[in-house]
Ligand binder design. Structure first.
Ligand SMILES: [Zn+2]
Ligand SMILES: [Zn+2]
Length: 204
């Protein structure tokens, strides 16, 4: 089961995926709206094993501490974005006059790692460029793309740690080589497919 909820003022997509057989699940980017996230988990009887952060920006991590406590799960993030969990300057929360949660990740993710819930395995794809520690998660015909790739556009690279050339390189070499039929679930906005995003990508 895959559920999308929009959270917070930037309407970040928080995804909750659960394995149909075991009900074991992962929460991706719980950026805000704790009660909405927890209600969804509870009403669907999902046993959250991991909280995976596609990157460390405040709009993706804002509720991570409380969702972790209430679901008794492990927090996973790429090491290069780990400081965002300690420092509201790094997560950019300070730009909005707020503090992001202070928390220690349970494990750091690296390119090629596998995260398993029930019978479903997700592969970690490191895609720096929006942030140094940005990742995507791939399972069969589903890609969670964070703020790396959106419907019709790509992630911002003008924020600290961003790099346009790097982002383009990684999207081309790691994402656009995937099967055209793969559904792409981005960090904001509507879902798309690899095939659709290949078309017109040259303009970036
Ligand atoms: Zn971001
Ligand atoms: Zn975002």
């Amino acid at each position: 089961m895959l559920i999308r909820i929009e959270v917070g003022m930037l309407e970040t997509n928080c995804y909750i995926y659960s394995d149909d057989d075991t009900k074991e699940g992962i929460v991706i980017d719980p950026g805000d709206d704790v009660s909405k996230v927890l209600d969804t988990i509870n009403s669907n009887d999902i046993k959250v094993k991991y909280i995976v952060l596609t990157h460390g920006h405040w709009d993706h991590i804002g509720a991570v501490d409380r969702v972790k406590v209430h679901s008794n799960s492990e927090v996973l993030i790429h090491g290069l974005d780990a400081d965002c969990l300690k420092d509201s300057t790094k997560s950019l929360a300070y730009m909005f006059g707020i503090n992001s949660p202070t928390i220690t990740a349970d494990r750091f993710l690296n390119d090629g790692d596998e995260i398993t819930v029930g019978n479903t395995a997700f592969k970690v794809i490191h895609t720096p460029g929006h942030t140094p520690g940005g990742i995507c998660l791939l399972s069969k015909d589903i890609l969670f793309s964070g703020d790396t790739l959106f419907q019709g556009t790509i992630g911002r690279t003008d924020l600290p740690g961003g790099d346009h050339k790097t982002l383009i390189e990684y999207i081309k070499s790691k994402l656009l080589v995937l099967d055209d039929n793969i559904s792409v679930y981005p960090g904001h906005g509507n879902k798309t497919t690899i095939g659709k995003e290949k078309t017109g990508f040259e303009k970036w």
